[in-house]
Design a protein around this ligand. Structure first.
Ligand SMILES: CC(C)(COP(=O)(O)OP(=O)(O)OC[C@H]1O[C@@H](n2cnc3c(N)ncnc32)[C@H](O)[C@@H]1OP(=O)(O)O)[C@@H](O)C(=O)NCCC(=O)NCCS
Length: 232
């Protein structure tokens, strides 16, 4: 296997990137690639700043991140990805009232995973939230390592083992290492994700520049020990 080429940049996605993003989706999720051309076009229309691509030095799309702004209180906390994203169309994007940047997608070409592209996309997303003065970034983390231990652990026990560092999950551990923490564990979040058995960890990064202590709450006291310390 040849060594991946050098990452060139993370930048705002443009209309010309859509075929490359579709090709990336097929590489990462060959059996059920997410996102249609129409959805990607709508994302760029409603919230251009929230759509990012990582590009190698030859201009190939090797990673992408898609976000929108929502007013979290408009939704059931146990809602699904479809609810938070208007079935993937982002037509619920609400920059006027919303204080939450919702991370609807992040993916990296398998040939490039483990080379810092995902971290780069996460940093760019965090900079966007900071520059817009948003309270937080929230997302649902898949739990791809859960299916293989589900006979012996509940989903909550699995998530606790990952947040405490006793287990490693390919997705959740990456997100925790980027400064996110888990505030709930929910079922039915993603419809087509057999590895997670329908479970997801709700994760958030809180912007310390605008947060108050009340913003650091979690649904279950067992998760509280893994929250960041609050400066009062
Ligand atoms: C989750 C995902 C986005 C992470 O992207 P990535 O590009 O592999 O992430 P990074 O390379 O930045 O970081 C992965 C690890 O590699 C390490 N790493 C960073 N640069 C590296 C390098 N040059 N060489 C080797 N390892 C490196 C990082 O330190 C990180 O380890 P850590 O989590 O223990 O800190 C990617 O694996 C992916 O697309 N998965 C499939 C889709 C998915 O599950 N998306 C999430 C939806 S909720």
């Amino acid at each position: 296997m040849s060594a991946p080429r050098r990452l060139c940049e993370v930048r705002r996605a443009e209309a010309r990137d859509i075929p490359g993003v579709i090709a990336l989706c097929r590489k990462v999720y060959p059996t059920s690639p997410p996102w249609t051309e129409t959805q990607l076009e709508t994302h760029q229309l409603v919230f251009p700043e929230g759509q990012m691509v990582a590009v190698d030095e030859q201009g190939t799309i090797v990673g992408m991140a898609a976000s929108l702004i929502i007013l979290w209180d408009d939704y059931d906390a146990l809602g699904s990805w479809r609810d938070f994203t208007a079935s993937g169309h982002f037509t619920n994007h609400d920059p006027t009232h919303g204080r939450t940047l919702y991370g609807a997608e992040i993916m990296v070409d398998p040939m490039w995973q483990g080379h810092g592209v995902g971290s780069h996309l996460y940093r760019a997303r965090q900079q966007l939230a900071e520059s817009m003065g948003l309270l937080r970034i929230r997302a649902g983390a898949r739990l791809p390592g859960y299916a293989e231990v589900s006979q012996t652990l509940s989903s909550f026990e699995y998530v606790l083992a990952v947040v405490s560092g006793r287990r490693r999950d390919p997705t959740l551990s990456f997100q925790l290492a980027r400064g996110f923490h888990v505030f709930d564990v929910v079922h039915g979040y993603l419809q087509h994700d057999p590895e997670s058995l329908g479970w997801a960890a709700l994760i958030q990064w809180i912007n310390p520049a605008v947060a108050t202590p009340e913003d650091y709450g979690v649904s279950d006291p067992r998760l509280a020990a893994y929250m960041p310390r609050v400066a009062v």
